[in-house]
Structures are given as structure tokens and as C-alpha cells.
Write a protein that binds this ligand. Sequence first.
Ligand SMILES: NC(=O)c1ccc[n+]([C@@H]2O[C@H](COP(=O)([O-])OP(=O)(O)OC[C@H]3O[C@@H](n4cnc5c(N)ncnc54)[C@H](OP(=O)(O)O)[C@@H]3O)[C@@H](O)[C@H]2O)c1
Length: 337
Amino acid sequence: MPQNPQIHLVSRPTGEPSADNFKLITLDTPALQDKQVLVKHEYMSLDPYMRGRMNDSKSYTAPQPLNAVMVGGTVGEVVESRHPQFAVGDKVVGMGGWQTYSVVDADTPGLLRKVDTSHVPISHFLGAVGMPGVTAWHGLVRIINPQAGQTLTVSAASGAVGSAFGALAKARGCRVVGFAGGKDKCDYVVNELGFDACIDYKEHSDYLSLSKALKDACPNGIDGHFENVGGMVLDAVMLRMNEFGSIAVCGMIAGYNGKPIPMTNPSLILMSRLKVQGFIVSEHPADWPEALKELGALVGSGKFKPRETVAHGLANAPEAFFGLLKGKNFGKQVVKI
Ligand SMILES: NC(=O)c1ccc[n+]([C@@H]2O[C@H](COP(=O)([O-])OP(=O)(O)OC[C@H]3O[C@@H](n4cnc5c(N)ncnc54)[C@H](OP(=O)(O)O)[C@@H]3O)[C@@H](O)[C@H]2O)c1
């Protein structure tokens, strides 16, 4: 059996994570038991939720244990199988973690799924046609549930979730306005993703200034907002929300390293009679097949061209992860193993 380089979480950060929270080690891969398969990872996913798992604090799920392989989505190929439904050469998506190989109990439902890579590049099953895409779909369809012609906004618009949100919302005939950090990201959001406008929030020092820019981009107000960041962007959006609008609270990345992100005017939830709903995509397994079908069709047909930032080599995963938490990624962040 092959040697398996892997990255363990060995300590918990206070504030920003650093390289000494992780350790790269190499172990032997155990021999397969009946109904197990050995997967060689081609790409692994880096996602903002991993920062939360590094803490030992109240959350919607258990923390990442210390001295164990970091959790994470992976795509790769079956290289050995003792399960009748998986053959050597099958392309699969799973939660193999920050390592080169994973041994998977393929009989356990939901652990490993075969994917068809004939029209969609395999890495996109970690992004647009994977968990981040389904996240965008759930917030858009189940929480905001917009009508054609309505105006929607989304923060971190050039990222994995935000870009999928834009593609799905445009397909429903909505006006979509994004927020992103920097001109390059905003140009991409408008010119390549087809958003109607994108606001560079870094050009604004406070939420009132940002809200003015938002008024120009959304002359009819905002009917639905998809929040990925929290802080100044959410404050600015709240001022422009139409009565009975909906806010899908997907993420609050601006606060993941522990910085407080208070909401300036929560009374607007009442004044504007807003629906504000948080959600966790893994708690909605029934949505995944429909969402993945729609996302696969958008990507497979070339209507949605997701962008990726690729880090090369397992050893570079921690640095790429730190970058993701600072907006250095441009599109879905993956690591090529
Ligand atoms: N609820 C769920 O089930 C669920 C599932 C998946 C993801 N999420 C959440 O969805 C959000 C987006 O995830 P993603 O995978 O698509 O990541 P992503 O957007 O591909 O990457 C993160 C982006 O967030 C922005 N960002 C990073 N640090 C920031 C900071 N301190 N302040 C403001 N913006 C910052 C950066 O974009 P800019 O350069 O444009 O600022 C960065 O590129 C995250 O909050 C994540 O936790 C939630």
C-alpha cells in the first residue's frame, strides 16, 4: 500500500491561523477491508468553514480533533476497490481530508459519490458543481425564492458560492449586483459572470458611503440578499432592503478570525419587515440532486464559467488557506495534490 502524506491540525489558533497549527506527516496506507475503496486525491478543497472547525467552541458541528487529518472535500480516482459498486478508475468526490489518499467505507451512504467528468472538469465538483454551488442554490431557491425582474445582491461575489449564486439568479431573470474586493474581481463579476453590476467595497471607508453606491446600482431597492461576509456590506445592504425582502445568511467570513462584526442597525429588520434566515447546506440533503443537476447543466453548457485559484502540492495548503481568509483567492480555492 502507498505512503500517504497528510496534514494534521496540531494546535488551535487564537485570531489568525498560522503554519504552526498544522503538521505535515507521512503514514502508511492501511490494507483495505471488505467494502472499502482506496482513493487517490487529485484536488482538495479549501473552504472558509475550516477556520471554524479549528476552534473548540460552540458551533453547528463538532470541532476538528487535534492530531488528526484536517477535514475537507476531495476529488480523485479509485485506485483499489473491495466494493462491488466502485471500480478502479472511477472518478469520485468525497470528504477525504488534507491528504494524498483516503480509505473510504464505501457502504456508508453519502461518503463517496461517482462523478461524470466528461463535460465538467473534476475540480469543479468541489466548487460550482459541488458543496459551494448547492449552498448558493439553497439560499437562492429555498430562502430568497425570487421572482424574475427582482433585484438581488451577494457579497464575496467572485468566490465559489457568490459566483454560483449569480449564475443561478441570472438564469431566473433577476437583476444581480455583487460586492467584491478590488477592480479585477469586480470586472470579472460583471464581464465574465454576467452580473449587472459589482461594487468594490474596498473603495468605501464606511457603510454609508457603500450604501450610496448601492443606491445607484439598485435603483429599485433590494428584494433579496445573500450574505457571505458580514460587517460593512451587510450594514449597507440593510439600508437598501425593500419591505418584506429576504436575507439568506450563508457566511460571516469577516468575523471568522474572531474580529467582532456588530450589526449597526438591527431595527431595520423590524422596520422593513425582513426575513433573515441562516442555513447550513449539509442539513438539506434533499436539495442536492436538483441543485447539482442545474449547476452541472450551467457549467457543462458553458453558460457559467467558474474560476479557480489552484495551489500546487499538499504542503502549500496551509498558506493557500490563510490567503482564502484574506481574499487572496480569486474564485474557488483548490489544491492540486
Ligand atoms: N452556510 C453554509 O452551509 C455555507 C457553505 C459554504 C460556504 N459558506 C460560506 O460562504 C462564504 C463564501 O464561501 P466561499 O467558499 O465561496 O469562499 P470564497 O468566496 O471563494 O472566498 C472567500 C472570499 O471572502 C472574501 N473575504 C475573505 N476574508 C474577508 C474578510 N476578512 N472580510 C471581507 N471579505 C473577506 C474574499 O473576497 P473579496 O476579495 O471579494 O472580499 C474571499 O475571496 C463564506 O462565508 C463561507 O463560510 C457557507
